[in-house]
Design a protein around this ligand. Structure first.
Ligand code: C5P
Length: 224
């Protein structure tokens, strides 16, 4: 049996991570939510590298990247994110992290720091990585590449429901603002911008349920 490498990129709240997680479970693959890595670094920066004005001090963060150890540990069949031994899976979903993560993800030092972690997990095959630059930069030779998109309204609705279920207080306008500004920063950055790889299959799932999107992706996978 072949062990494929699958890249799933796309805009915020198109369901990349939850869809990748289910496909990985169904096909016996390992899943890495690479957005969680960028969120983990952002959380570290907010805890440890603020200047007097309460803004992230980037030079300080760069000099302390070697203090950061990010791990995914399986707990109750879920992969939970740990930062230096502490479960931070809830904290990385906060509004504060969401508001700052694109600034952190623009930084070449941060992207270089995370590149090896992502490539290492893909080495043996049998993986799905979801993110923004997996098919273009991290794993340009992936066996399968998908790029997910959906209308801003639908993505806002999905993220709003998700945040509510996590007990995070917010409103739809703020969620929409956060999504669109992150997508803009992610698409316009110089290093590894968010973009569809030329050989990626484009899926607009505005009118598709999660189940339908999963079935569509699986229908493209052969010999697995
Ligand atoms: O996927 P998620 O919304 O958790 O990603 C959070 C942020 O991390 C994105 O808005 C983007 O700035 C950054 N990111 C990235 N490259 C990836 C994955 C995420 O720049 N491969």
């Amino acid at each position: 049996m072949r062990k494929p490498v699958i890249a799933i990129d796309g805009y915020s709240s198109t369901g990349k991570s939850s869809i990748s997680k289910i496909i990985a479970q169904e096909l016996g693959l390992v899943h890495m939510d690479t957005g969680a890595l960028y969120r983990g670094i952002t959380y570290f920066a907010l805890q440890n590298c603020l200047n007097r004005d309460g803004e992230i001090n980037l030079p300080e963060l760069f000099s302390r990247l070697n203090e950061i150890q990010l791990e995914f540990k399986p707990i109750d069949k879920e992969l939970v994110m740990f930062l230096n031994g502490k479960d931070i899976s809830q904290q990385i979903r906060s509004n504060e992290v969401a508001a700052n993560v694109s600034l952190i993800a623009c930084q070449k030092e941060v992207r270089d720091f995370l590149l090896e972690t992502q490539r290492e997990i893909a080495k043996k095959g049998g993986v799905i990585l979801d993110g923004r630059d997996i098919g273009t930069v991290v794993l340009p030779n992936a066996d399968y590449k998908f790029f997910l998109t959906a209308s801003v309204e639908e993505r806002t609705r999905r993220r709003f429901v998700e945040l509510q279920s996590l007990g995070i207080e917010t409103d739809e306008m703020s969620v929409m603002h956060n999504l669109t500004s992150r997508d803009k920063t992610d698409s316009e950055r110089e290093v590894a911008p968010l973009r569809k790889a030329d050989d990626a299959i484009l899926i607009d799932n505005t009118h598709l349920s999660k189940k339908e999107t999963i079935a569509l992706i699986i229908s493209h996978l052969h010999d697995i």
